[in-house]
Design a binder for this molecule. Structure first.
Ligand code: ADP
Length: 460
């Protein structure tokens, strides 16, 4: 029997075979590549933005430098024209040139930021420009007193303009070198970005193809597994129905003939023989019950159970089930109590299946409760949807077994081969029936103190 039940369990085990390597390929690898490409692109975009800002700053600087050079030259030219002619109109470009040049220089300082070499050059330039403007001012003042000769002499002093031109072209050269370095870097980066795009697109296409291939294989395998499972399920159900039928017929015959002999139809039997015959009948009935359980479970698993769902009055079903179990409880010394439920309590379900579940729960409760204990049946008045409750004060169930007892062929603390009743299918069948009716079957328990099974049913 044990081998047989193990074989059944193996057949009903779901097919879960997605390997780690496949998961790695389909999920982790693409995610890692996308993350790496994303990080690289982000870094490139960041450095490109920085470089663009530096290019803009360098261009602004060279433009300001050109402005400065024009201002100084204009001022000097204006001053020369004025010195030679004494005409005021020559002084127009000269007026305000010193202030504008100072402004240009402070703009350059800001643009150069932390560039210490550049800032030093700007300081030199500022000093030279101040000196040149001082010379121009001085010469203009002298000329305004009509002293042409002295003005020309003042102008011929040390020519700061050459130094200014030198400083400006130094700064200009530096900035142009800077600009060309930045442009080279931009070209390299552009090439890098294009390669990154090409490589990542290639990777993405490759991965998409690969993932598609892997997924197709997985789907095909799953389909095969599902088909194999259906086939195995069908074969199992057919096998069980045949075996059950083949077993039931001789078993019924054994029971029937034993009954005839007990009744003395084939001659007198002694008391010992009668007792033995009763044992044969009981064993036969037990075997029949087991076969019925196995058959029901097989039918449920292959989805071949018919449900006749209708509105049913609970009170009548519960009373009926209780009445069937009460003699068994009394014989064992267990007290049975039914807490009458609202007579108007109606649920949506299959009458026979609800009765079957409640009977199974009650017979378990009596089975696992010692003499002196109590079994109660009732409906939780506070629960919505409707909940039938079977409570006992029996041995209880260990917390780690609370879910496994609903699996087929699981019996806690009993060996299959020595079981006097059941094979551990009652709860599996009951829960499957509850699910099929849109309900649920759950349990709470405290070892040594008892268990409470709750059957939830769909309200009308
Ligand atoms: P069976 O009764 O044939 O063993 P079930 O599926 O009905 O099979 O129950 C599975 C197991 O759950 C039982 O063997 C028992 O260990 C445990 N169990 C069920 N009902 C109770 C209960 N009321 N009290 C304690 N244990 C229970």
């Amino acid at each position: 029997m044990r081998k047989f039940t193990l074989w059944l369990r193996r057949l009903s085990a779901p097919h879960r075979r997605a390997t780690r390597a496949q998961l790695l390929l389909v999920v982790v690898a693409p995610a890692a590549i996308v993350a790496a490409v994303g990080a690289a692109t982000l870094a490139l975009a960041h450095s490109a933005a920085e470089r663009d800002a530096r290019v803009t700053r360098t261009l602004e600087l060279t433009r300001t430098l050109a402005d400065l050079r024009i201002r100084v030259t204009d001022a000097q030219t204006a001053e020369r024209g004025y010195a030679l002619t004494g005409a005021d109109r020559y002084l127009a470009p000269y007026r305000g040139a010193a202030v504008d040049a100072a402004h240009d220089l402070s703009v350059m300082r800001i643009l150069l930021g932390a560039d210490s070499v550049g800032r030093r050059r700007v300081d030199t330039l500022a000093r030279l420009a101040r000196a040149e403007f001082a010379v121009v001012d001085h010469a203009t003042n002298i000329r305004s007193q009509n002293a042409l000769g002295r003005a020309l002499t003042a102008m011929e002093g040390e020519d700061a303009m050459t130094a200014i031109r030198q400083a400006v072209s130094d700064l200009d050269r530096d900035e142009r070198a800077h600009l060309s370095a930045l442009q080279n870097a931009a070209r390299r980066q552009r090439a890098l970005v294009v390669s990154a795009i090409i490589v990542s697109t290639g990777c993405a296409v490759l991965l998409a193809l690969l993932s598609n291939g892997v997924l197709s294989v997985l789907v095909a395998r799953r389909d095969q597994a599902v088909a194999a499972l259906h086939e195995a399920n069908r074969a199992k159900s057919d096998f069980l129905s045949t075996v059950s039928h083949e077993l039931r017929t001789p078993l019924n015959a054994i029971g029937g003939y034993a009954e005839l002999m007990v009744m003395g139809l084939h001659g007198p039997v002694t008391d010992e023989q009668r007792e033995d015959l009763r044992r044969i009948r009981r064993a036969g009935q037990h075997l029949l019950a087991l076969i019925t359980d196995i058959l029901s479970y097989a039918k449920l698993e292959s989805g071949r159970v018919e449900m006749r769902v209708e509105d049913i009055a609970l009170d009548e079903i519960l009373r009926g089930a209780g009445a069937m179990i009460e003699p068994q409880a009394r014989a064992k010394g267990v007290s049975y109590r039914y807490i009458p439920c609202d007579p108007g309590s109606v649920v949506h379900g299959d009458r026979d299946k609800v009765r079957q579940i409640v009977l199974n729960l009650l017979s378990n409760a009596v089975k696992f409760t010692d003499a002196g204990g109590e079994v109660t049946l009732g409906v939780d008045p506070d629960a919505a949807p409707v909940r039938v409750v079977v409570r006992d004060t029996g041995c209880g169930i260990a917390p780690d077994k609370l879910e496994s007892i609903f699996e087929p062929f699981v019996q806690v603390g009993r060996r299959l081969s020595t079981a006097s009743e059941g094979v551990g299918l009652g709860l599996a069948i009951s829960r499957a029936l509850a699910y099929a009716m849109g309900g649920d079957l759950t349990v709470t328990s405290r070892p040594g103190q008892g268990s409470t099974f709750m059957l939830t049913l769909r309200p009308v």
